[in-house]
Write a protein that binds this ligand. Structure first.
Ligand code: HPA
Length: 273
């Protein structure tokens, strides 16, 4: 079922009763990358379960929070925990919080995720700025009746990720000696990690990294005119010829290890917007 504008109005009316100032930046934290939330001077943390029309969590005790507060002196919204297509949500539900952020006045979204590297130059722990994506292998959040008040029926996707934001992050990384790649993120449904043949296919069609999130959020954000910046932490390498097993624990650990770099980039970026 399509998301209706009325639902979004109700969601944001509820959230607005809890805050009295505005933020124009929204941040979505990926798997193993939730620690940035501890750097925030939190004014309010609203459990997703309390927010009207927000997707209902499938994992007990891991409902997530919508946080409002200050990061490096700048007001931000942070989604601590996101919704994934593999959990059984529709693509529209996965993207719902991004649309809610838009309704709350957010103009720029910063997305992070853990991803598998398929570019042979990548190492575990590297960061990859997403300069483009391939989302043809998973469902599109804009399927169904278009909500014209949000955006056009057929959005242009020629430059999904803001070149200006990419430049800013590159400058911050250079100033702090943080190694960065740029590449194409290919979105899959999960929850299986890929077979060797699938990792090879992803590489062959132009992917540098593969993951189970982000593309639906990016599409919804672009649809409603937001600027998007997205970055992957490379948590495993899909194209190793030798031992190639990948576990969720390995992904979480690698994300956690790389997280300080990501936190620094986001903290500096919000001050620079
Ligand atoms: N494949 C898909 N999603 C992922 C991976 C991967 O190798 N690593 C982290 N998320």
């Amino acid at each position: 079922m399509s998301v209706t504008y009325q639902q979004l109005v109700e969601t944001t009316a509820f959230i607005r009763t809890r805050i009295h100032t505005e933020a124009t930046i929204g941040i979505i934290l990926g798997s193993g990358l939730g620690n940035l939330a501890t750097e925030i001077k939190t004014e309010i943390a609203i459990p997703y379960s309390e927010i009207p029309h927000f997707p209902v969590s499938t994992v007990e005790g891991h409902g997530g929070n919508l946080i409002y507060g200050e990061l490096n002196g700048v007001k931000v919204w942070v989604m601590q925990g996101r919704f994934h297509y593999y959990e059984g949500y529709t693509a529209q539900q996965v993207a719902y919080p991004v649309r809610a952020l838009h309704m709350l006045g957010v103009k720029t979204v910063l997305l992070s995720n853990a991803a598998g590297g398929v570019n042979p130059n990548f190492q575990v722990g590297d960061l990859m700025i997403i300069k483009d994506h391939i989302s043809l292998f998973t469902s599109n959040p804009l399927l169904g009746k278009n909500e014209e008040k949000l955006g056009t029926r057929f959005p242009d996707m020629s430059e999904p990720y803001s070149k200006i934001l990419i430049k800013k992050v590159e400058a911050i990384a250079a100033a702090h000696q943080i190694k960065l790649h740029q590449g194409v993120y290919l979105g899959v449904t999960g929850p299986t990690f890929e077979t060797r043949a699938e990792y090879k296919l992803i590489r062959a069609v132009g992917g540098d990294a593969v993951g189970m999130s982000t593309v639906q959020e990016s599409i919804a954000a672009i649809h409603c005119g937001m600027d998007v910046f997205a970055i992957s932490v490379i948590t495993d390498l899909g194209i190793r010829e030798e031992e190639n097993t990948i576990t969720h624990e390995e992904v979480l650990q690698a994300a956690k290890d790389a997280e300080p770099k990501l936190t620094l980039l986001f903290k500096e970026l919000v001050k620079n917007l």
